[in-house]
Design a protein. Structure first.
Length: 596
């Protein structure tokens, strides 16, 4: 008996949050790179002002409770798949701004005061986060150092009467006022858009069906125990550097950083940036000169150098640890656990947001000089949002039904599928797709050929013999011609009038966006035709989630007969009714998959 997993449509909150979150991510990418390339200081503060302006504008279009914090969470998680190594700071900042705006609106209602109050605090939070980050990175010693540097500067400028607290209050006031103004201007832009029908137009946004959230790799680059070990070592490192000798601290720092650099090489690219080493050098030098109050003789005293070196060691350990942790948090195991704990809607919304990202990037002006003011830019994004929402609704309603036959290797999945297809063809069901037929021979041990169901055309797909092809995956060598034949069959099915598409089989190649993956994306994007997928049992859970498909019927090789499977598929294709199908043993939601 099949197990049925219903694909429930996303709620209004998550759908609209996926729209706003995807546009927010585009703003972070485009404006962030622009500010970085222009070497503009305080880029994080500038981005927060833009964010407040945009989010308040969007809220005038869709005044939905819970939308803002959800869109912030989506944008932050999209940031997690950025190539940058250290992501936790920006991710926390993005989500914190969204939560502050959401809470302000919940407390004070949907009013200009709520928007202004929330916007002021959201922009101010950037300053607070920056100060907190410095404190975490360098410890309390950085506060003493900055205080002594400030006192020296005021003495030189003959403004000793201005205390550090007064300066902080002044800077905080500037941030609060700028955030307040950004929110009010965003409110006005949103209202202007709603009141002027002439500027509202439909804008087509291209999308692609792809989900990198559960990218699976047979290389096993991730490890859940490593994540916990990193957290333990991070805490231990902070204690060692704070309470032990300089020699012991330096040995731990060098050893820890070296191990992280070897294990997470791609995430440690920040070590190659000259700006990092310049910053650490200044911290070290200023500590020697200013730690006990300004004294040029401090250069010749060990205390300031020791404190400075410990601040540098602390920063190195923290940056290396956070780089490694950010990598481990991308572990598909971690994401699968979160998916099972009630976060299915979040991952469905993320899949939608990612599908729109390339199209949104294309609609964004490539020449930054074309961005003549925030209002014009905001109106373009608001236009995109309404089209994008319609697009997302269409995607949610048109996800094709997927039938999955699962079993272990060499148990007869293809043989069972061939019997099912034959029974369906006897009922005049138009079946397209292919089988992966196995042949035993002495030279190749196990040879697989791809067979077109419609034409019976065959080509060698893979074997354990290197002469089969140049594409090696696992113990098999794949033929480029065989893979191309499979893709051609599936691409042909996009415009074909078939009623069922068979793919034998989907495995690690496809999960890593190779093999049939490009054709599967196209099929899911262009047609609502039902699919029959053959999948190894251990990969079923990951594959079902990779493309976030429609309703899923899961058949077990040793539990379901060809007749039962064919009857279930036939009833679904012909009658499209779930209530009267005898093939269902139980009905659960997708996040109820716990046994795979």
């Amino acid at each position: 008996m099949a197990v049925y997993y219903s694909n429930e449509l996303l709620s209004e909150k998550w759908l609209k949050a996926s729209v706003v979150g995807s546009i927010w991510a585009v703003v972070e990418i485009v404006f962030g790179s622009m500010l970085h390339n222009l070497k503009i200081p305080l880029s994080g503060s500038i981005l927060s002002v833009i964010t407040v302006y945009l989010i308040i504008s969007f809220f005038q279009l869709w005044k939905v409770d819970g939308m803002i914090w959800r869109s912030g969470l989506i944008c932050a998680l999209m940031k997690s798949l950025s190539p940058s190594a250290i992501l936790l700071g920006p991710m926390i900042g993005i989500f914190l701004e969204a939560v502050i705006l959401e809470v302000s609106i919940r407390i004070f209602g949907k009013s200009v005061f709520a928007y202004a109050f929330g916007g002021a605090l959201a922009v101010f939070s950037v300053l607070v986060q920056k100060a907190f980050s410095l404190l975490i990175l360098y410890g309390w010693d950085i506060v003493i150092l900055l205080n002594n540097m400030y006192l020296y500067a005021t003495h030189q400028l003959r403004i000793e009467g201005v205390a550090p607290t007064q300066l902080l209050i002044t800077i905080s006031g500037i941030y609060l006022i700028i955030g307040l103004l950004a929110a009010i201007l965003g409110y006005q832009s949103g209202k202007h858009y709603l009141l002027n029908a002439s500027i509202r137009r439909t804008q087509l946004i291209k999308r692609q069906v792809s989900n990198q959230l559960f990218l699976y790799s047979t290389k096993k680059n991730h490890s859940v125990p490593s994540l916990f070990m990193l957290l333990i070592l991070l805490i231990a490192g902070m204690l060692i550097i704070s309470n032990n000798s300089l020699l012991f601290s330096s040995v731990f720092t060098i050893a820890f950083t070296s191990v992280i650099a070897f294990r997470y090489r791609q995430n440690m690219r920040f070590l190659k940036k000259a700006a990092l080493w310049i910053q650490l050098s200044f911290i070290l030098l200023f500590s020697a000169v200013f730690y006990d109050g300004f004294s040029i003789n401090g250069i010749f005293q060990p205390d300031g150098w020791i404190i400075g070196l410990k601040m540098v060691f602390r920063a190195m350990v923290l940056m290396a640890a956070f780089s490694a942790i950010s990598s481990e948090l991308k572990n598909p195991v971690v994401k699968n656990v979160l998916y099972k704990k009630g976060m299915k809607s979040l991952y469905q919304a993320l899949e939608l947001a990612f599908s729109a990202l390339p199209g949104l990037m294309e609609t964004f002006p490539s020449d930054h000089t074309q961005l003549r003011g925030f209002r014009k830019f905001t109106l373009a994004m608001l236009n995109s949002s309404e089209s994008l929402l319609e697009n997302f609704l269409s995607i949610e309603r048109s996800r094709p039904t997927i039938f999955v036959i699962s079993g272990n290797i060499h148990e007869g999945k293809t043989t069972l599928t061939q019997k099912v297809v034959k029974l369906l063809q006897e009922k005049s069901v138009l079946v397209r797709g292919f089988f992966a037929v196995a042949y035993d021979n002495v030279a190749d041990k196990k040879l697989y050929c791809i067979e077109d169901i419609e034409t019976a055309n065959r080509k060698i797909l893979c074997s354990e013999n290197p002469s089969t092809g140049d594409i090696k995956y696992g113990r098999f060598y794949f033929s480029a011609e065989g893979i191309q034949l499979g893709r051609d069959i599936l691409f042909r099915a996009v415009s074909d009038s078939g009623q069922l598409i068979v793919i034998d089989e989907i495995g690690s190649l496809e999960i890593n966006d190779n093999g049939w993956a490009p054709a599967i994306r196209e099929l899911l994007n262009q047609t609502q035709t039902a699919h029959l997928w053959i999948v190894r049992e251990k990969l079923t859970n990951v594959i079902i989630r990779k493309w976030n498909v429609g309703d899923v019927y899961l058949f077990k090789l040793n539990e379901d007969t060809p007749q039962d499977i064919a009857a279930c598929i036939f009833d679904n294709i012909i009658f499209s009714s779930f209530e009267n199908q005898a093939c269902m043993q139980k009905v659960v939601d997708k996040d109820g998959i716990n046994s795979l």
